[in-house]
Write a protein that binds this ligand. Structure first.
Ligand SMILES: [Zn+2]
Length: 295
């Protein structure tokens, strides 16, 4: 059983073949950050493949009922009918489409840090903030496939910061990597341009860097607690570039998270795990979902 998996992200599209145990057999990448039409290039790299199942994990928004995707950072794909395009290329292979962070949550739940748990929230903190839900052991998609679009829930409606999405005070405006860096610069930090440099400064004891990371991690703690409050979930798996900074991010995050969740008695026991599957989580989640719908 061969599964073709696509992980469509902001800057790249990963293509891979996975076996029935969801092990990646080969993978390649095409850039999605280009002005040339993406689909013809992608189609070229897919033609001639023999696959039994297809799973697509895509950055949102998506529409699972229409089989279309409109990833925010790929402007040339607006309501792009990826499912019917793949049906034409591979007429006998069932195609499953789900949100990229839902795929990550599913992968972590079945093969990563959240194994054995029925209900969990998966969080990806990097240049953006994404979320995915597993409920009763299955990927929870919502009506259109965009459930837990977590970076765009507002944690500050009186904030003066307007998010790229148009709303005020979205979690992303406080907690995504580039916004943490922006805030550090507003405090006068000037030792670099990205979160990796900021984390290095914080490790070296730079107070402004420490303060900016503290604020960003607190925002994430508030956001995650909101979701746990609403959903009564007791397991969270966190991955993504910002979370890979290690203790300099996790320590303030856990400190703030303990305080935030202490206000809801039913959240006394929450397990927070770092993600295990890293860069392949989206592909593995797509493969798991493809197998699920084919069953
Ligand atoms: Zn937003």
């Amino acid at each position: 059983m061969k599964t073709l998996a696509l992980d469509i992200g902001a800057t790249k599209i990963a293509i891979a073949e996975l076996n029935e145990n969801h092990e990646v057999q080969w993978r390649k990448q095409v850039s999605s950050n280009i002005s040339d039409p993406i689909w013809p290039e992608l189609k070229d790299s897919l033609s001639g493949l023999e696959v039994d199942l297809i799973g697509i994990a895509s950055a949102g928004p998506i529409d699972r009922s229409l089989g279309t995707i409109s990833p925010v950072n790929i402007p040339q794909w607006r309501e792009f009918p990826i499912v019917s395009e793949l049906n034409q290329l591979f007429p006998s292979a069932p195609v499953g489409l789900l949100g990229d962070c839902t795929a990550v949550a599913l992968a972590e739940n079945k093969l990563g840090a959240g194994v054995g748990v029925s209900n969990m929230l998966g969080v990806v903190v990097s240049t953006g903030i994404g979320g995915g839900l597993v409920i009763n052991g299955e990927a929870f998609h919502g009506e259109t496939g965009n459930a837990a679009l977590f970076g765009h829930h507002s944690i500050g409606f009186e904030s003066h910061i307007i998010c790229d999405c148009g709303r005020t005070g979205c979690l992303e405006t406080f907690a995504r990597g580039p916004k943490i860096v922006e805030y550090a610069k507003s405090l006068g930090w000037s030792a670099g341009e990205d979160f990796i440099a900021l984390a290095q400064s914080a490790r070296a004891g730079d107070e402004k860097a420490v303060a900016a990371i503290d604020r960003g991690s607190r925002a994430l703690a508030v956001g995650i607690t909101n979701v746990l409050n609403v959903m009564d979930l007791h397991t969270v798996v966190i991955g993504g570039g910002v979370s890979f900074a290690g203790a300099i991010y996790w320590e303030p995050f856990m400190r703030h998270f303990e305080i935030e969740k202490s206000h809801a008695g039913f959240l006394n026991h929450v397990d927070v795990f770092p993600a295990k599957l890293q860069a392949e989580a989206g592909l593995i989640g797509a493969s798991l979902f493809a197998q699920e719908i084919a069953r």
